[in-house]
Design a protein around this ligand. Structure first.
Ligand SMILES: Nc1nc2c(ncn2[C@@H]2O[C@H](COP(=O)(O)OP(=O)(O)OP(=O)(O)O)[C@@H](O)[C@H]2O)c(=O)[nH]1
Ligand SMILES: [Mg+2]
Length: 341
């Protein structure tokens, strides 16, 4: 199923129940004191974090939600029943925004709950208005309406490292080679249409569609998905050895990362020469050296077609992720517990 990563819904919290005018019934008295109960509070609209990344898909068809209203007060000072809440289940990593209220809620943990819209307060029954001045109040108030409005749910994947690069750089193949993910691979650009996740020795790797010039402004598919790697700690930037000009390929992707901003440009970046099997061993060494001089940092080499190269790369990457993640304060590992293949 396609991963739905942004939906808009409307929801209404329950209205508070009305307060009522009632009188005590006592033997021999035509009318006892005021005894109208207060209305119950309206039900809240709640959000709950779940592990299922596909949970947003359930909002594709059903988009209107309503919590139960509170019940009216009763006689003998009985308070009306509180309305039942409605619970909206969203995947961990969802940012929920209520534009009208300027409200923003991030769901970071499984089981975490938040009130999206608060139910209305119940009204007061006439018993509430009894005082020395007013022994027989005829007053009661209505329940207040619950909060209501549009809410936008936006899923941002939570991963340790995000794979970036031009289309066909070999990102999905590498994800498949390093993890049990089965991302679609194809000999044409934009094979990947939706993000994929994989578990690499406890680190979650995210594969996104290829980035092209203008991606940050919405060209290609990348723009929609750059936000998914906003929350990763590390970028793994793949440059294919089949590129005529690997430096230009690197620059093109970096320009999009810089244009997107949102902290992406400041993330540590592991640069990788991919599809290294395509070139001879000598060419590989000289390409690596050229890139290292250009970038003033080490460049790793990988190939999904050559098991020896892949094994060396996998060991080095595991060590790099371990040191980069530990020097960055470790992060919250519980938020990585999304469903991955
Ligand atoms: N020779 C060789 N071919 C590879 C390697 N990795 C991937 N390929 C091929 O390169 C093509 C693109 O691979 P993908 O993994 O789909 O590339 P991608 O970066 O995910 O591409 P998009 O999703 O379109 O951005 C496919 O035909 C793969 O078989 C490699 O290490 N060596
Ligand atoms: Mg791909």
């Amino acid at each position: 199923m396609a991963l739905i990563d942004s939906v808009t819904i409307t929801a209404t919290a329950g209205k508070g129940g009305d307060g009522v005018v009632r009188w005590l019934h006592e033997k021999g008295k035509p009318r006892g004191g005021p005894a109208g109960g207060d209305g119950g509070r309206g039900g809240d609209v709640l959000l709950e974090g779940v592990r299922d990344l596909a949970a947003l898909a359930s909002f594709r068809y059903e988009k209107e939600f309503r919590a139960e209203n509170g019940q009216s007060g009763g006689n003998n000072n009985r308070r009306g029943a509180v309305g039942k809440p409605v619970v909206l289940r969203v995947p961990v990593g969802t940012l929920v925004r209520v534009p009208a209220f300027g409200r923003e809620i991030e769901i970071m943990h499984e089981g975490e709950t938040h009130v999206l819209f608060t139910g209305g307060e119940g009204g007061f029954g006439n018993a509430h208005f009894k005082g020395p001045e007013n022994q027989d109040p005829f007053q009661a108030t209505s329940g207040k309406p619950g909060e209501a409005g549009e809410a936008v749910f936006e899923l941002k994947l939570i991963a340790d490292a995000g794979l970036i690069g031009l289309p066909s750089a070999g990102k999905s193949s590498l994800l498949n080679g390093l993890t049990r993910a089965r991302a679609k691979v194809g000999a044409y650009p934009f094979t990947t249409l939706e993000p994929n996740l994989g578990d690499f020795y406890g680190y979650i790797l995210a594969d996104i569609p290829g980035l092209i010039e203008g991606a940050a402004q919405g060209r290609g598919l990348g723009a929609r998905f750059l936000k998914h790697i906003e929350r990763t700690r590390i970028l793994i930037h793949l440059i294919s050895a089949e590129q005529d000009n690997p430096q230009n390929a690197y620059r093109e992707v970096r320009r999009e990362v810089e244009a997107f901003g949102q902290g992406l440009p400041d993330k540590p970046e592991i640069v990788v020469l991919s599809k290294a099997d395509i070139v001879s061993a000598e060419e590989r060494i000289s390409l690596k050296k050229e890139m290292e001089e250009f970038l003033s940092q080490e460049v790793l080499v990988t190939s999904t077609q050559d098991p020896t190269i892949l094994k060396t790369f996998s060991d080095t990457l595991a060590a790099r992720l371990s040191s980069l993640c530990s020097t960055q304060g470790g992060g919250d590992t519980s938020t990585n517990s999304v469903v991955v293949s």
